[in-house]
Design a protein around this ligand. Sequence first.
Ligand code: NAP
Length: 337
Amino acid sequence: MVESGRRIVALRRLNHEQLERLRQVAEVEVFDDLNEDNREAFRAAVSRAHGLIGGKLELDEDMLAEAPLLEVVSTISVGYDHLPLAEMNDRGILLCNTPDVLTETTADTAFALIMATQRRLVELSMMVREGRWTAHVDREHFGSDVHGKTLGIVGAGRIGAAIARRGALGFGMPILYTANSAKPELEAELGAQHCHLDELLSRADIVCLVVPYNVDTHHLIDAEALARMKSNAALINVARGKVVDEQALIEALHHGVIRAAGLDVFSQEPLSVDSPLLALDNVLLLPHIGSATHETRDAMAWRAVDNMIGALTGKGAVDAVNAQQWRRAHGHNEDPA
Ligand code: NAP
């Protein structure tokens, strides 16, 4: 054991170099993945740990109650809706995430979905592969333009702004956006227009969801919201599956309430092979690959490692999600850890 006496549990997505870096400050117990055989061992390891780091972290209230030493949770993701933040706040546990390093890659994924959905790339590629390209492509296979179409960004934060930039500067798209607060820089840079969600839905040709998932955004896009959209519009979701009422979306796609959808995220992942979404031609489905490039996943893992080490050694974590609550719980004004 290293001198500090600290223990870190590492779950998924960390390479040898990253684990070695963590071993310079703590003893590290590694779980490459979780399954029925090792889940109990994982829970036992967390109950002895000072730090928990990794991708798709599994942590619930019961585990927190059994982990009195836990000081830092460092997730390899920007979203943290899968973690019990309120309980972590109560217990004074610092939560770190990995913003920024995945922004451009996730925006690339969103734009790939926009392009592919508008131009029906996957559906038409399948036609070629399956030997169904037997005559010149005619109206029934035409797509819709991307350039010049109105792009609605629901949640113009880091990733939303990066998608808007691609649309406005690369494709001459007018930009509408929603956010909790107006973004004057984005308006000055791109001529983007801040509007109410209802107005965005009724005016945009492509609606792109990039809000965090929480109680306020649960089923933000429901049957009523879908009915407000243009009948030839497309819905793109790179946020979280439960931001959309999936059943309502299936109905809307089936009945032509909207023309198409491009989805990277689902209410349940992996998507069930029985999902009615699989039977629809006008939806493009990706296996949650928003940030999944070699470069970006590596950068995210290093960022999470730096956050963990900064927090555990007292140097400070760069990306502290709950810094304020942490300070309150620890009764002082210093920076986290
Ligand atoms: P961010 O910078 O915090 O941006 C989120 C934006 O959403 C902010 O502009 C915020 O407004 C706005 N917002 C929050 N609640 C809203 C609401 N109820 N209505 C309208 N706008 C609202 O986060 P980010 O880095 O861009 O990431 C956004 C989300 O994308 C993450 O939370 C994650 O769930 C998802 N994501 C998915 C993938 C993937 O693999 N598919 C990859 C990365 C991220 P204010 O700025 O005014 O507060």
